[in-house]
Design a protein around this ligand. Structure first.
Ligand code: 3PG
Length: 205
């Protein structure tokens, strides 16, 4: 696997507080048609959650999100992460991601950052925070001068706005938490998560 953008049109961004939720949550997402799952490194349970999904949910392609340090890269890959996502990037983080052996999406929100990553041989990026940073008009504006760059926009996207992102020529997938309502996860309503995933999975550029 060399690309994150080709895995699925929608990548759920998951914040897991209890690692025991990881496997049933991932199973529900996979059953709903969303195999690529980004578990954010924002909770103490995140690495255990990644490990559990990698070990126990064969249909899932689990990745790590909110990876903001070389240590985070190493820990995520050791836990079984098959891709890495960051809200931003530094030279050190980029280098660690490059040598990790798994595909990665460094985060950008300006044209200069896109140019800097292209200069470093990186063509796939996370556009974050997508809605606050300019949304679809901004991404559409980048497609003219910088057609080599392709994006996974994330941040503030909804079921209603996702199709407009997916229709852009430089968008490969969209990410977000919108198919994982807090009450469904807190209530362990996996049937509802599966149903919301199934709906999200029908979206396509
Ligand atoms: C993130 O990394 O937090 C994602 O961008 C999620 O954004 P969302 O909760 O606005 O979908």
């Amino acid at each position: 696997m060399t690309s994150v953008l080709g895995l699925a049109p929608v990548v759920p961004v998951v914040v897991i507080d209890d690692a025991a939720d990881a496997v049933p949550l991932a199973c529900a997402l996979v059953a709903g048609g969303l195999p690529a799952i980004e578990v954010t490194l924002r909770t103490p349970a995140a690495l255990d959650a990644i490990r559990a999904i990698a070990d126990e949910v064969p249909g899932a392609v689990v990745g790590a999100g909110t990876v903001i340090s070389p240590v985070g890269v190493a820990e995520a890959v050791d836990a079984g992460a098959r891709f890495l996502v960051s809200p931003g990037w530094t030279e050190g983080l980029l280098e660690a991601m490059k040598v990790s052996g798994v595909p990665f999406l460094p985060g950008v929100s300006t044209a200069s950052e896109v140019v800097a990553l292209l200069e470093r041989g990186v063509r796939e990026m996370k556009f974050f925070p997508a809605e606050a940073a300019g949304g679809t008009p901004y991404l559409r504006s980048l497609a003219g001068p910088l057609p080599q760059a392709r994006f996974c926009p994330t941040g503030g996207i909804s079921l209603a706005s996702a199709p407009a992102y997916l229709a852009l020529p430089n968008v490969g997938c969209v990410g977000g938490t919108w198919m994982l309502p807090g009450d469904a996860v807190a209530g362990r309503d996996w049937a509802r998560v599966e149903s919301l995933a199934r709906h999200a999975a029908t979206l396509r550029a």
